[in-house]
Structures are given as C-alpha cells and as structure tokens.
Design a protein around this ligand. Structure first.
Ligand code: SAM
Length: 355
C-alpha cells in the first residue's frame, strides 16, 4: 500500500496502542478507513461506517472510535515531506541530495499519481490518444473496463518501457540475445523485426508469463530459455539486450509497494548482478555487433556509474547514441525523469563492439 507511512502517521495520535501491536485485520481496516478519509475524500460517515461494518466484530468499537477522531481532527500538520508523500526516509535522503527538496517532493508526488494505461501497437489500429514520443503507441482511457477482444495483438506497457524497447530493437534479420527477458516487454519489439531471438531469464515462473505472451502475440523465431545469464549458454550474437533487474525507482508509480523494499542492501545486490550480467553479455557480442543495457531505475549506481565501470573494463566497446527522441537523451544515453518527461523512468545505453 503506497500511502502506508502517511496513513500510519495520521492514525497513531488516536490509537492508545502502538499500531504494530494491532492484529493485521484491525490495522488493515484502520488504514483502509484512513485512506478513504484522507486520500479519496470519501464523506466521513460513509468511510467510517463501511470500514467498521467490514472489520471483525470485536474490533468494531475501537476502529469506529479511531476513525471518528481522525475524521473530526484530521491528520497532523507539518509532516516531514517523506511521510506526507509516504516514501522511505532513505529515498528522500538520496533524492533530496540529488534533485533538491522541491525536486524530490515532485518526484514523490509523481510516484503517488495514478499510472497511465497504454500499449505499443504498431501493426494495428487501436483507439486512443497518440503516444507522447512514439508513433505506434496509444493511451487508453481509464474507463475501468478493458474489452478483451480489443487486446488482441497488443502489448500493454508504459510508454517509457516502449521507448527503451523500440530503441533496443534489432535490425531486420539479426540474431539477438534477449537477456532477463521475462515477461517479454522487450521481446515484443524484438519479435517484430523478424530475426532469431533467444530470450533468457532465470525465473521459471516469469518465463511462464513470457510463453503466454508469445502464444497470444504469435512471436515467431523467439525461443525461451531458463538460465542464469551471468554464465551465458551462447557464444555469439549480433545484438545482446540486457534488461537488468534493478531497484525499480523509476517505476514506483506503477509498482506501488516496491518503495518499501528499497534499501542500500538491495541497491548493492542489484548493482553486483547488473555488472555480472553486463560482463557476461560483453563476451557474446560479435565484433561489429551491439550491446544494449537498460534498467527502470533513477539511481546513478545502476545507470551512469554502471556505464563508467563497464567502459573502463571493456575498452573494445564504444558508446553509440541511443535511438530515442532527443529530449530523452543525455550524453548519448536514454535518461527519462518521470516528472519532467511524463512517462515512467527508464535508463538505457547502447554500445558497439569494435574489437
Ligand atoms: N525484459 C523484461 C521485459 O521487458 O518484460 C523485464 C525484465 S525484469 C526488468 C528483470 C528480469 O531479470 C526478471 O525477469 C528476473 O527474473 C531476471 N533475472 C534476474 N537475475 C537474473 C539472472 N542472473 N539471469 C537471468 N535473469 C535474471
């Protein structure tokens, strides 16, 4: 639940016991009630009575009393920005040091905004507003209903992810290694180029989703493999695309709970795996071929610092301009900052192998 920290700060003054000592059903009911009062602006009588009716009978008087007081007295004023915007302190510290307090707050507001819904659909006409950056992208209206027959042949993804995928897409006929492939957001674009694609991921479960997508979308010449890509089972390809696991700080608007998993430890584990994946991938690109690296993170350790490390370790590679609209590209690299560009935050870089 994205708003958890703010909701708990609002509930605490009215609870006689620490929130963490409450039964999970009772705590969840309080949070749902507070969410209706503070975020959805549901009229107080409706929010309180609906929540009380849905909670375990013995907890009803307590939940009723706490929510009524919250409705009458409101939440504390002058909450620190990371609590008001419900993000871990650690992210606030990092982002305010990098973007300034106003920039960090704007980014946190973005994370709390409802995500757009859209698809990359180059080969058929789909009703919807055009993409901001990509031809062949369409935004759906959020009507709450999606007609399954209208989903045929389309891959739902954020326009930021589609910008990465279309920039990573191979030239017609190339042999491609699609590394960290599941559930197939990049494969959807690679498959449309008609080359041979080997899509590899270490997760059996996520490759199951890839296979469902492959069936639904009729990906031809795309072959699924479950393997650890830090030791690749292939020795040469025209193009290698590494869509690495990361902290996901660019897509918190969509993965609302991921903010609570962020930690220095996670960041260190992700950067280590990214480096290992890149080093393994570098061995597989044929001379004259290309390597693409992408993450959906805003953290320099996973993007520009990873690029510097790679370029120091692999002098046979030369950075090439990432093919994407110029406004999204800095020093040849795709750097999407959500509040500025209006789409999910992604980073991508492309190198050519010289020797
Ligand atoms: N490319 C996918 C897409 O566009 O739909 C998203 C990939 S997601 C960002 C990262 C993926 O890396 C996860 O599916 C995860 O299972 C996979 N992964 C993590 N560590 C891996 C490893 N050592 N080898 C192969 N895949 C790995």
């Amino acid at each position: 639940m994205a708003w958890r920290l703010r909701l708990d700060a609002a509930l605490e003054p009215f609870c006689s016991r620490p929130l963490q000592s409450l039964q999970i059903e009772v705590l969840s009911a309080l949070r749902i009630g507070a969410f209706q009062l503070l975020v959805l602006d549901t009229p107080a009588h409706a929010a309180v009575s609906a929540t009380v009716d849905a909670c375990p009978p013995r907890a009803r008087p307590f939940v009723n009393a706490v929510l009524r007081r919250l409705a009458a007295e409101g939440e504390p004023r002058d909450l620190p920005p990371w609590i008001a915007q419900s993000h871990p302190r650690e992210l606030w510290d990092r982002w305010s040091a990098r973007y300034g307090a106003a920039g960090a707050e704007t980014l946190m507001r973005w994370d709390n905004s409802p995500p757009d819904l859209g698809c990359w659909c180059p080969s058929r006409e789909v009703e919807g507003a055009p993409g901001r950056y990509l031809e062949g992208y369409r935004y759906f209206e959020r009507s709450g209903r999606l007609d399954p027959s209208g989903m045929e042949g389309i891959y739902v993804q954020d326009e930021g992810a589609a910008v990465v995928a279309s920039g990573a897409a191979s030239l017609p006929g190339e042999t491609v290694l699609d590394i960290c492939a599941a559930p197939g957001g990049k494969t959807a674009h690679l498959a449309s180029k008609g080359g041979t694609v080997l899509s590899i991921d270490s997760s059996v479960e996520r490759m199951g989703l890839w296979k469902e997508n492959a069936r639904r979308l009729g990906w031809e010449s795309c072959h699924p493999v479950v393997a650890d890509c830090t030791a690749l089972p292939v020795s040469s390809a025209d193009r290698v695309v590494v869509d690495a696991p990361c902290t996901g700080t660019g897509v918190l608007r969509r993965r609302t709970d991921a903010r609570w998993g962020f930690s220095a430890g996670l960041l260190a584990r992700c950067t280590a795996v990214q480096a290992a994946l890149l080093d393994a991938a570098a061995e597989c690109v044929r001379p004259g071929g290309s390597l693409v690296y992408s993450v959906c993170s805003l953290e320099p350790e996973e993007s520009t610092m990873q690029v510097s490390r790679f370029e120091d370790a692999h002098p046979g590679y030369r950075r090439a301009e990432f093919p994407a609209p110029g406004v999204l590209v800095r020093d040849g690299m795709l750097c999407i900052f959500p509040p500025e560009h209006g789409i999910d935050g992604h980073f991508a870089v492309r190198w050519e192998r010289m020797s």
